[in-house]
Design a protein. Structure first.
Length: 579
């Protein structure tokens, strides 16, 4: 035997795919001819497949949908609704509302931008206009001790204010003055026209860059956003409310349906709701670990669904596993293209199966169980509402930066208080500033007043200035925020710790709202595990590519209880005390 014959081997085995007549056809291979079809029929009879009610598979689906535009936006619970701007992301409307926030750096940049528009003026006239503008709208006001640039705990803001206070006007003040048609003195007609043109261009830019979309949706007591959107369904107004929106992505499941006191009946194929019809081929819904739907097929071992462990109380997990094993291959996907910015529902769903039978599929109705439905906002037990799908404009490619403000809400059982620990606040430069690095402003109590004293009496022990106390106060039945009239309930009121030199509130950032008095927080919103609230800069684009940027609030779980070290009637070792 030759060496070639000894080492002969096959690389690949292929069936004969060419027909006897030639031509390279694949008819015989694709026919999958069966030698004994009676055997297969007998196996189907033996496995009771002929008794099944779902023996057929869908091959063609006709789906008809209807939708109405979402035309109103409602900030808060009972606030007036505003027109919904077409295409604007709902996250921007929900998080960017409220009074505008202009840091010292942003105000200086806006002012310098206006001065750059005055460059075509003659040098002498331009310098005179610049002096009048800076005098009219100073960056740092001497009569405003609470200005961010003069805050003694913000050295970066102090340095920035000292450098720029005579070089740039304040953009926020300049916008108010220009809106009141203010103009510098001593301008000729031509120079005044150029100033007015620059003012109009700058005001348009300032409004597009620093304006807010409307009132705030933030509910301080609840540490959450609340808003809603409205649409006209038939002759009724339907409201979709987001009662507990913590920030982030405004997905459809965050909304509840508020259709009024009477049940909402969706209109069918009526011209009042513009609809679409689509005929498509369904495809199987797949998921990891799905049971195989064919004989003699090896299943994927990555996910072992039958090996999922569940305790006696995990009934929901057991039901899901059982349903996945028994009915995992009975789910199909029908792709539907829907228009963004509308409230959609299905008017008709028709399925044709492999036995050429046509079925009209009705929505599943159950008193307490329904998938992919909005909850009824007026039902205390969370009953599902009609099958509506809100498809609101959402922010695409959202990017979030580091938190510019962060407050940790904790409970202190030893002091019988709550604490709002202001970890990070926004500096006048716009950057985050840790408050733990601040130099304490409290005056040194000095040595004991009594000679040779060993102990000093302290009415209360010192607490860091960024630890703001939350004092529990009774919630009067029927008071604002008490919906159930519960007696004995409490809420937290932001307090003030007396310090050397007078009473000074320790809050600086916007989450604790130091300019508002009094400030309350609900008791149930601050559990023993604590809550962390933060403000983060967000940048996103809509479907048209327009850029939106704002500072949104985020709420997440805390890190447990904390102790501020506050104690009353303390005897501490005296300074310079000797026995």
């Amino acid at each position: 035997m030759t060496d070639a014959a000894r080492f002969t081997h096959f690389h690949r085995l292929e069936p004969q795919v060419r027909s006897s007549g030639g031509g390279g056809q694949l008819d015989e291979a694709l026919e999958a001819q069966v030698a004994d079809p009676l055997f297969l029929l007998a196996r189907q009879w033996q496995m009771a497949e002929f008794h099944g009610e779902d023996g057929g598979s869908p091959v063609l689906v006709t789906i008809k949908t209807a939708g109405v535009p979402v035309d109103r936006f409602r900030p808060g619970d009972d606030g007036p609704s505003l027109p919904y701007p077409p295409g604007v992301p709902v996250e921007y409307l929900a998080e960017a509302g409220g009074p505008p926030e202009l840091t010292l750096r942003a105000a200086a940049r806006a002012g310098v931008r206006f001065l750059s528009l005055l460059a075509p003026l003659p040098a002498g006239v331009r310098d005179d206009v610049t002096r009048q503008v800076i005098k009219r709208c100073p960056l740092v006001r001497a009569d405003d001790p609470e200005a961010a640039a003069e805050h003694p705990l913000d050295p970066a803001g102090v340095a920035l204010g000292r450098v720029l206070k005579n070089r740039a006007p304040h953009g926020g003040s300049l916008a108010k003055e220009l809106a009141a048609n203010w103009r510098p003195d001593g301008l000729s007609a031509g120079h005044a026209a150029h100033f007015d043109n620059a003012a109009d261009r700058w005001q348009e830019w300032f409004a597009a860059t620093h304006a807010t979309p409307g009132p705030t949706t933030w509910v301080r007591e609840r540490l959450e956003h609340r808003f809603g959107v409205e649409a006209a369904v038939g002759n009724r107004r339907v409201v979709l409310t987001a009662p507990e929106y913590p920030g982030g992505s405004a997905d459809p499941y965050r909304f509840d349906l508020d259709a009024g006191d009477t049940p909402l009946v969706l209109p069918g194929e009526a011209p009042a709701a513009a609809g679409t019809s689509r005929v498509t081929l369904p495809t199987r819904a797949m998921y990891p670990g799905m049971p195989a739907d064919r004989w003699w097929e090896f299943e994927d071992t990555t996910v072992n669904v039958p090996a999922i462990e569940a305790g006696p109380t995990d009934l929901a997990r057991l039901l899901v596993v059982e349903f996945a094993n028994v009915y995992g291959n009975d789910h199909w996907i029908v792709p539907v293209e829907l228009e963004v910015g509308k409230l959609h529902w299905i008017t008709r769903l028709t399925v044709r199966d492999t036995f050429d039978e046509t079925w009209d599929i009705a929505p599943v109705t159950h008193e307490r169980l329904a998938l992919f439905r909005l909850s009824d906002a007026r039902d205390d037990k969370g009953a599902p509402g009609p099958p509506l799908l809100p498809l609101l404009p959402q922010a695409a490619g959202r990017m979030e930066g580091a938190a510019v403000e962060e407050v940790l809400f904790v409970r202190d059982e030893m002091a019988n208080l709550g604490w709002a620990v202001e970890r990070v606040v926004r500096s006048a430069t716009g950057r985050p500033r840790p408050r733990a690095d601040e130099f304490p402003l409290d005056e040194d109590p000095g040595p004991s007043q009594l000679p040779r004293a060993v102990l000093d009496y302290r009415l209360l022990t010192p607490v860091p200035p960024h630890w703001i106390p939350l004092v529990p106060v009774p919630l009067v039945p029927g008071q604002a925020g008490d919906q159930n009239g519960t007696r004995g309930a409490i809420r937290f009121r932001r307090g003030v710790i007396p310090r050397h030199g007078g009473l000074r509130p320790g809050a600086v950032g916007r989450l604790l709202e130091p300019e508002v008095k009094p400030v309350y927080f609900r008791d149930e919103e601050i559990p023993r595990s604590g809550v962390t609230a933060s403000r983060v800069p967000v940048a996103a684009r809509d479907r048209e590519g327009r850029l939106y940027h704002w500072v949104g609030r985020r709420v997440r779980a805390g890190k447990g209880e904390a102790a501020g070290g506050l104690a009353f009637d303390a005897a501490l070792p005296a300074k310079d005390g000797r026995p």
